[in-house]
Write a protein of this length. Structure first.
Length: 294
C-alpha cells in the first residue's frame, strides 16, 4: 500500500526527554499502514538527534522556526498523505491498539471527524478516565475542552480546510477553538474505547502560569469563536454560556495562583453573564479557595 491510511503528526519543542518513548508508541502499533510526521518547532536541545536516530522509514522529520504548536501541526497537515489525520503531543502515548480500533470504527461509521477515548496518567501513576459517556455534541463542547488532540481523527481534506489558529498568544487554546469551529460544520462521532494517554507531568507547557497570558489568551479565544462565520452562527444560542464559562475558568486559575482580587473580578463577570453559573462545581471550588486563602 503506497498511500498511508493514517498520518500521525507530532509537534515537538525541547522534549528530548520524552520524544523517543512517544515516537516508539506510534511505531509499536498493531495496525501499520501509517506515516509519522514529526515537526520540530525550533528545538534547541537534542530532539533532532534522538528522532533521526530511530531507524524507521515511516518517520518523516522536519525542523522549522519556532511558532508554537498550532503552526507546527499545520505544517504537518500540509505534508500529510494519509486519508485520515490525527495528532500526538510529544510527551503523550498511543497504546498499541490505537490505530487498529480507530480503523474499525472509521470503517464501520465512515465519519468526517471522530474522537477516541483517552486517559490521564498523573505524577502518582494513577489513571483517570476522562472521555465523555455519550456522543460528543455542541452542548458538551461548550462546557469545556473535552477532546485531546491524540483522540481526534479528521479526513485529510477537512483538516486542510480547518487549520489550527496560529496566533502565538492563543497557544494552549488553539485546539479547543478548532474543535468548536469544526463541530459547527461537521458531526463529531465518539468512539469511547480508551487507546491513548496524556502524561500529566510538571513540565507540561499547559501547566505554566502567567496571569497576563492567561487572561489575554482566553479573551482572544472568545474573540475568535464569535468572529468566525461558522462557530459564531452555530454557537450563538450558547454565547452567554461560553463567555461565562471562560470567565469562570480565568477566575478559578487566578484564585488558585493567589490573584484573589483579579479572580473575584472575573468570577463576578461570569455570574453576571450567566447567574446559574453560581451553582456549579467550579464556582464551589472558587469559593473554597477564596476562603482557604484568607
Amino acid at each position: 500500500m503506497n498511500q498511508p491510511y493514517f498520518s500521525i503528526i507530532i509537534p515537538t519543542y525541547n522534549r528530548a526527554g520524552f520524544i523517543e518513548k512517544t515516537v516508539k508508541s506510534v511505531l509499536n502499533q498493531t495496525y501499520t499502514n501509517f506515516e509519522l510526521i514529526v515537526v520540530d518547532d525550533g528545538s534547541t536541545d537534542n530532539t533532532k538527534e534522538i528522532v533521526t536516530s530511530i531507524n524507521d522509514k515511516k518517520i518523516r522529520y522536519y525542523w522549522k522556526e519556532n511558532a508554537e504548536r498550532g503552526a507546527a501541526r499545520n505544517f504537518g497537515i500540509k505534508k500529510a498523505k494519509g486519508e485520515y489525520i490525527t495528532f500526538l503531543d510529544s510527551d503523550d502515548l498511543f497504546y498499541t491498539n490505537h490505530l487498529k480500533e480507530a480503523l474499525k470504527y472509521i470503517t464501520k461509521n465512515k465519519p468526517d471527524v471522530c474522537f477516541q477515548g483517552y486517559e490521564i496518567i498523573n505524577k502518582n501513576n494513577k489513571n483517570k478516565q476522562v472521555f465523555p459517556k455519550q456522543n460528543i455534541n455542541k452542548l458538551l463542547l461548550v462546557q469545556g475542552n473535552i477532546m485531546s488532540c491524540h483522540g481526534v481523527f479528521l479526513k485529510n481534506e477537512i483538516a486542510e480546510q480547518n487549520l489550527f489558529n496560529e496566533d502565538y498568544l492563543l497557544s494552549g487554546l488553539e485546539d479547543y477553538e478548532l474543535w468548536l469551529r469544526i463541530s459547527a460544520q461537521h458531526n463529531i462521532l465518539h468512539n469511547p474505547i480508551i487507546t491513548s494517554c496524556l502524561i500529566n507531568h510538571e513540565n507540561r507547557s499547559v501547566l505554566e502560569f502567567n496571569k497576563e497570558k492567561l487572561i489575554k489568551k482566553n479573551i482572544l479565544f472568545l474573540e475568535y469563536i464569535f468572529r468566525n462565520e461558522f462557530s459564531s452562527k452555530y454557537f450563538k444560542p450558547h454565547k452567554n454560556y461560553i463567555i461565562s464559562n471562560t470567565y469562570s475558568y480565568i477566575a478559578l486559575h487566578l484564585v488558585l495562583s493567589n490573584f484573589k482580587k483579579d479572580g473575584i473580578v472575573y468570577f463576578y463577570k461570569s455570574i453576571k453573564k450567566r447567574p446559574s453559573k453560581l451553582f456549579t462545581k467550579r464556582s464551589l471550588a472558587i469559593f473554597k479557595h477564596l476562603l482557604l486563602s484568607k
